[in-house]
Each structure stands twice: as C-alpha cells, then as structure tokens.
Design a protein. Structure first.
Length: 216
C-alpha cells in the first residue's frame, strides 16, 4: 500500500491559493491510481508544528537514555515527523513564496525533520524518495527576469531536500499568480493563465508517473 505524505503551508484556503489548488490536483490523480493507498496530510497553516527548541535540537545529539524529561518530550514530537517522512513512498509539498522565501511554518517542519545521522548526513534515511514541491509565487523569479536574484525558495529547498536529505526532487512552479489581482500586472494575465495550466498538467503527469513507479 503506497503512502503519500502531503504537506500544505499556504495561509490561504484552496480557492485562494495556487499552491493548494495544484497540490490538491496532484493528490486527486495520485489517489485515482492508489484508491486503497494512504495519505498522511499535514496542513501547517491550520496546525503548525512547533518551532525547533534547544531541547528538541540537543536531544538529537544525546543518547535517548540520557535525555532530560524536556528533551525526551521534544524529541518524541520530532520523531513523529521524521517517521512520517521515512515511511512515505512519495512526498508532496506546497511551498508558496512569502517575502522571497518559504513560509515560517514550512521552515519549522524542515528544522524538525532534519536530523544529522538519520535523515541527513552520509546515508540519509529517506534517500531517493520522490518529493514534488509546488513552489507558487505572485511574480516571476525565473532566470533572466529582473528579480532572478530574489529566488530563495527553489535554491533553498534544493539545498535542503535534494542535497541535504537526498530526496528525488522535482519542482512545479505556478508563477505570476497575482496578475489577476494587481492592475499593474494586467498585461501578464495570459502568461499567468498559461503558467497555471502548465502547473496542473505537470501535477497530473508527475502524480501518475510516481504512482506507476511506486507500483513497480
């Protein structure tokens, strides 16, 4: 039975969120291929995980037998998140760009699941697991655009997810999502609509391909 770990971090509901709309489409296609499968869903906006604390951090470098009560409690919460990552056959993350980077709630989740000697390091425990990141943004930060240098979502997540955790990473990037709401971007609406359509198509294709890969 295939397991999909689905994480959303947009503060907006699906009808107002490009990242949620695309992750929802991905999940729909995934579930069509795996009707008996399991989806572990975390909405980090509705139920944020705890930001990393000294106890939670230090517990990762101390034998469990030596944990203080505070370290034991904090580390137990980290382990839950880590095990969800390790047990997933595929991972889906909605990562909208807020102020040029990812939401703080998603950063908190990452801080909890990154554990040197387990999920990160020489032999990451989830190495090779496919992860799809829907990196939506209101403008465009693609190579050659005026704000190319402000792209801190894909660069950061590639360093963490691919290089750090050893995951098999692919991005889906719906861009110019504010075009229909910002009069100054009105001329970009056709490009925004095309980007949206490509994102939904990519989500369907990626979901089906991963479903076939897991089944094999």
């Amino acid at each position: 039975m295939a397991t999909l770990l689905h994480i959303d971090s947009s503060v907006f509901p699906t009808e107002a969120s490009a990242s949620r709309a695309v992750t929802e489409a991905f999940r729909k296609h995934w579930e069509e291929q795996h009707p008996q499968g399991k989806v572990v869903y975390r909405d980090l906006a509705a139920e944020p995980v705890a930001h990393i604390t000294a106890d939670a951090h230090l517990a990762g470098f101390v034998p469990e037998s030596a944990h203080t009560p505070g370290q034991a409690a904090a580390f137990a919460e980290r382990v839950k998140l880590i095990e969800e990552l390790e047990q997933a056959d595929a991972i889906l993350i909605g990562a909208p760009m807020y102020n040029y980077t990812i939401p703080s709630t998603l950063k908190a989740w990452l801080d909890n699941v990154i554990l040197i000697g387990r999920t990160a390091g020489e032999n990451p425990s989830a190495k090779g697991t496919p992860v799809t990141v829907v990196a939506s943004r209101g403008g465009s930060y693609a190579p050659g655009t005026p704000r190319e240098g402000y792209e801190y979502v894909q660069n950061y997540l590639e360093a963490i997810l691919a290089d750090g955790l050893g995951l098999d990473l692919e991005f889906i990037v719906p861009e110019l999502t504010m075009a229909s709401q910002n009069p100054a971007m009105a001329d970009l609406i056709p490009l925004a609509e095309a980007s949206r359509d490509r994102a939904f198509e990519a989500a369907a294709t990626r979901a089906r391909k991963l479903a076939e890969r897991v089944a094999a």
